[in-house]
Design a protein around this ligand. Structure first.
Ligand SMILES: Cc1ncc(C[n+]2csc(CCOP(=O)(O)OP(=O)(O)O)c2C)c(N)n1
Ligand SMILES: [Mg+2]
Length: 258
């Protein structure tokens, strides 16, 4: 990965380090479009990421200040930066493993403290960069390199977790819902308080290849079928809901914009 990044940086070719079919590139574009749509000067922004494929979304691609920190500690670094310079709009963009596994404690306590951070979790349901190990977000029954017989454990519902910890604006969208996701990113950018967006960003290489979703169209179709808006979910039974991922917004965004 590091060698690939070095080659890319030297080549001057405008591309990304993401595998073909990875959702992280869509998210990258939507964050930039959201900032542009709101007319925010990049000098007002600081992007902080941890370690993993998702952590490469802001750095080195964004023409802005970026902190590419240690695994799981993005929120801790972001908290320090925000306290030092409260005028900065601080956005954390990192993976599900980084933010909810090794960094899970920072996540819940930043939500509890209502620190004014915009946290975007690119959830590919796996440790993508290190070979596809099971993560606390891997759905039950799915195959990973460390659960060849299927994941026996239940995953976190990250939005419920962050909302329960005190997150003020909480949302979940898939990269297959780009317009709704962009509106959500725009809301979080204008929001004062702890905001958290979980972005379902399918991984073909590690998650898909082990679960019969081995091409970009297949895994994107799977994500589209799996995601269901909150309003539609209300009519479904508990069993039916177990197969689905509910998308939408939670929290009190209307009351807290700048
Ligand atoms: C302290 C420490 N532990 C473990 C690792 C190895 N490691 C690097 S990235 C990663 C997982 C990243 O997964 P995620 O945050 O979901 O990002 P993805 O690659 O899936 O986008 C792990 C375990 C590390 N770099 N540092
Ligand atoms: Mg991941």
């Amino acid at each position: 990965m590091v060698r690939a990044m070095e080659q890319y940086l030297r080549s001057g070719i405008p591309s990304t380090p993401f595998c073909p079919g990875c959702g992280h590139g869509i998210l990258l574009g939507l964050v930039l479009r959201s900032i542009h749509a709101l007319g925010i000067d990049m000098r007002e922004m600081l992007f902080v990421s941890g370690i993993g494929c998702a952590a490469w979304i802001p750095s080195p691609h964004f023409n802005a200040d970026t902190l590419h920190t240690t695994h799981g500690r993005a929120i801790a670094f972001a908290t320090g930066a925000k306290l030092y310079n409260p005028k900065l709009r601080v956005m954390v963009i990192s993976g599900d493993g980084d933010l909810s596994s090794i960094g899970g404690n920072h996540l819940i306590h930043a939500a509890r403290r209502d620190i004014d951070l915009k946290v975007i979790c690119a959830n590919n349901m796996i440790y993508g960069m290190t070979g596809g190990q099971v993560a606390p977000t891997t759905p039950q029954g799915f195959t990973t390199s460390t659960t060849p017989l299927g994941n026996p454990e239940r995953p976190f519902d990250l939005c419920k977790l962050v909302e329960a910890a005190g997150g003020r604006y909480v949302a979940r969208y898939s990269v297959t819902q780009p317009l709704a996701l962009m509106e959500s990113i725009k809301k979080s950018l204008s929001f004062k308080g702890f905001s958290f967006i979980e972005v379902l960003s399918p991984c073909v290489t590690q998650f898909g290849s082990k679960n019969l979703l081995e091409s970009a169209p297949k895994i994107m179709e799977w994500a589209m079928e799996k995601c269901i808006p909150r309003e539609e979910a209300e009519g479904l039974s508990r069993e039916e809901l177990e197969e689905k991922i509910i998308t939408g917004e939670w929290g009190d965004v209307e009351d807290s914009t700048d």
